[in-house]
Structures are given as C-alpha cells and as structure tokens.
Design a protein around this ligand. Structure first.
Ligand code: ZN
Ligand code: ZN
Length: 133
C-alpha cells in the first residue's frame, strides 16, 4: 500500500502528524477500536493528543469515506479502516468484533427500486467460537 501520507492527500485530508498516527493505528488493527481505545493506544506516543482530536479526526475520515463507523450497539461507535463491504459479528461475551466476508449482491432489496443506497451494513450478534469452547 502507498504511504499513509499519500492516502490522506488523495482523499482530500491534510496529513497532520496526529492524523497519520491515527490512520496508521486503524489500518494496523482488526479490532474495530473505539475512540477510547485509540486514544489510550496513542497518548503515550503523542502526549498532546486529546479524545476530542481522536473523535474529530475519525469523523473527518468517515466524511471522506476512508473509515466506516461500526455501530452494532447504539452507545458504542467503533471504527474500521477497511471500507470494503463486509459483515460484522459481535460476541456478547468477550465483546470482540469479527469481520466476515459477505456477498452483498445476494441480498436483494427490490422494494427499494429507485432509492439511492449510501450505506450497507450487516451486523450479527451472538457468541464467538472462542467463548463457546
Ligand atoms: Zn467471544
Ligand atoms: Zn470490519
């Protein structure tokens, strides 16, 4: 992949140090972190970081379509730098969010003929394999 710096520029985002760090972190994880998780992971490296900055930066990424918000639960927004279409499964025991491949073309929405669909999300909830063991 091209550098994070270029990736931000191509998506009309000015690459500041904090933005680069936040995006690098997000690209490097499959854990779908929350604002809190990202803040805690980066604050030792960037002491000037605030939760508001993390939140605003993520919002900017979402607006420019390089990040998706995963809201399996209303009160907990998680972020995903993988913007390809895939499903999310949240384990109600350990709280982990798993990705799974999804063939969105097999989901038909005939009744929405003529509508413009901007976001497609598929969420599952239950217990993951690890927790069932
Ligand atoms: Zn689990
Ligand atoms: Zn995901």
């Amino acid at each position: 992949m091209e550098s994070v710096n270029d990736y931000l520029r191509e998506n009309n985002i000015k690459p500041s140090f904090q933005r680069i760090k936040i995006l690098e972190y997000l690209l490097g994880t499959k854990a779908h972190p929350t604002v809190d998780t990202i803040y805690k992971a980066l604050v030792s490296e960037i002491p000037t970081l605030s939760k508001t900055t993390v939140y605003n930066t993520l919002n900017l990424f979402v607006q420019n379509n390089i990040t998706t918000i995963v809201t399996i639960e209303e009160k907990e927004a998680r972020y995903d730098a993988d913007t390809s279409i895939h499903g999310h499964f949240k384990c109600e025991n350990c709280g982990k969010v798993y990705d799974f491949p999804l063939d969105i073309s097999s989901l038909t929405a005939d009744k929405l003929d003529g509508f413009v669909i901007k976001h497609q999300h598929v969420y599952y909830r239950g217990f993951c394999k690890e927790c069932i063991k």
